[in-house]
Design a protein around this ligand. Structure first.
Ligand SMILES: Cc1cc2nc3c(=O)[nH]c(=O)nc-3n(C[C@H](O)[C@H](O)[C@H](O)COP(=O)(O)OP(=O)(O)OC[C@H]3O[C@@H](n4cnc5c(N)ncnc54)[C@H](O)[C@@H]3O)c2cc1C
Ligand code: HEM
Length: 407
């Protein structure tokens, strides 16, 4: 519940905070990591920190939360601004909470973030931060933090409370030149908890310099199997960028018999496959991983409504999990497959980038997208043009979600 006075103050200061939020979050992270270097070494993704993407995600989410809170919040009979669940950017909170839960974020850490965030706000905005302004933004912070803490608590309860468990690599399959699938089983022999198709796990890797860096990988095997599978694409270095730390570490050093630390499965891009619902599953490149798990699930349950499968890749040889992708689709009673390759397209595929203009899309279709942002933007726009409801287009971003806050 945001008080009326705070709502007015937040509304009045939003432009100034919005304009300075990049600088605020930069100082916030500098202060946080100076006081707690272990957070940068063992919790935050130091590649994202170096590239600046996580900073943008945090800033974007707070600005979006505050904007929607003061823009839509109706007043109650006492003149206070009610913060009803439907007035919150719930999709954004759910996505962040799933990511946090996969990292093992604890409620007490919100105090630490609060301390450094508000110190940064005071530093950047100076005298503009009157006690009234500080109190108003404090309310916004804790509304958001408490909403996240509540979702995270529920997620931890559902997943049994353990954050990290050791898993042994029981199979290692080279899918393409730069993608490897790892099959994993719990070291303690405990049963493998089921996951919902589309979810991911966090992998915590011990790197040669002693840091423990965490990354997320979608589960690419069939739900219900007693081996958990992830398929990892090696991120190469560029002219000015280093090669990806964890993906290269997994490719270079992790073999059958190696042990990895994995979180329980999390993620809100999960398939809603109510009987009779037409589905469209669109992927590009390594974005195929959650889509293959979805197709495996649909093949196992015999989903009989139309399923449109769309995939774009550089070439058939680069198309990871291609055999599974096509085989699961072939098992469905009413599936159509549309493939695009930039080169070496076989007869049943097309050459070039994905273009859905002549792909029939059944009314009431629910769509699931995973791939690079330009691909997802283009597919989403074409689907909406074809009459798919924006609320029925779901997607996963393989990095900090910079799309959501601006959607
Ligand atoms: C929900 C989710 C699911 C995912 N599923 C999969 C999956 O199924 N398969 C898969 O392969 N990946 C998946 N990912 C991506 C994965 O989590 C990692 O992001 C990916 O493996 C790269 O990690 P890395 O440690 O190798 O690269 P990082 O070291 O994190 O580097 C990432 C990028 O940042 C750049 N960078 C690093 N340092 C700097 C610097 N100093 N200056 C400028 N740029 C820099 C790198 O060059 C690189 O391009 C998923 C991500 C999410 C969020
Ligand atoms: C209200 C407070 C918070 C907000 C608004 C917030 C917001 C976010 C957002 C938007 C993301 C990116 C999600 C995505 O799209 O992938 C994220 C990720 C993350 N958050 Fe938070 N967060 C908060 C509190 C915390 C706390 C208390 C911690 C623990 C110290 C924390 C640690 C992380 C980490 C480690 C990541 C992943 C970083 C990465 O992969 O680069 N967050 N958070």
């Amino acid at each position: 519940m945001l008080s009326e006075q705070s709502a007015a103050t937040v509304r009045a200061t939003l432009p100034a905070v919005g304009a300075a939020i990049g600088e605020i979050t930069e100082r916030f992270y500098a202060g946080l990591f100076a006081a707690h270097p272990e957070l940068l070494r063992d919790l935050f993704n130091r590649g994202n920190q170096a590239a600046g993407t996580q900073r943008q995600a945090l800033a974007g989410s707070i600005a979006a939360f505050a904007t929607r809170l003061v823009r839509t919040a109706p007043q109650d009979s006492e003149g206070r601004v009610a913060s009803r669940p439907q007035d919150r950017p719930d999709a954004m909170l759910t996505r962040i909470a799933h990511k946090h839960a996969s990292l093992g974020i604890a409620p007490g850490q919100y105090e630490v973030v609060h301390q450094h965030l508000f110190a940064a706000i005071a530093e950047v905005l100076g005298e503009a931060v009157t006690p009234e302004v500080a109190a108003a933004w404090d309310e916004v912070y804790w509304l958001m933090a408490n909403a996240l803490i509540a979702i995270e608590r529920r997620l931890y309860e559902e997943s049994g409370g353990d954050v990290w468990r050791e898993w042994e690599v029981v199979e290692r399959v080279r899918e393409t030149e730069d993608v490897v699938t790892f099959g994993l089983r719990p070291v303690d022999g405990a049963p493998v908890r089921d996951f919902r198709a589309g979810q991911y796990v966090s992998v915590r890797a011990q790197l040669p310099d002693g840091a423990r860096q965490i990354r997320q990988y979608s589960l690419s095997g069939a739900p219900g199997a007693d081996v958990r599978r992830i398929s990892v694409k090696r991120v190469p270095g560029g002219a000015t960028t280093p090669e990806g730390e964890v993906s290269n570490h997994l490719h270079a050093r992790v073999r059958e018999g190696s042990v990895l630390e994995l979180s329980e499965p999390y993620g809100d891009l999960v398939l809603d496959d109510a009987p009779g619902t037409p589905l469209l599953l669109a992927s590009a490149g390594i974005g195929v991983t959650p889509i293959v798990a979805m197709l495996a699930h649909l093949a196992a349950t015999g989903h009989d409504a139309p399923v449109t499968v769309v995939h774009a890749d550089r070439s058939p040889a680069d198309h990871a999990l291609r055999t599974d992708h096509e085989a699961y689709a072939a098992k469905l009673p009413d599936a159509s497959v549309h493939l695009w390759y930039e080169r070496e397209a076989p007869a049943h595929a097309r050459t070039g980038l994905a273009d859905l203009s002549d792909v029939p899309v059944a009314p009431g279709t629910r769509a699931y997208l995973c791939g690079p942002l330009p691909f997802m933007r283009a597919v989403r726009a074409q689907l909406i043009e074809k009459g798919v409801a924006p609320a029925d287009v779901h997607y996963e971003v393989f990095g900090p979600d910079l799309w959501l806050a601006h959607a």
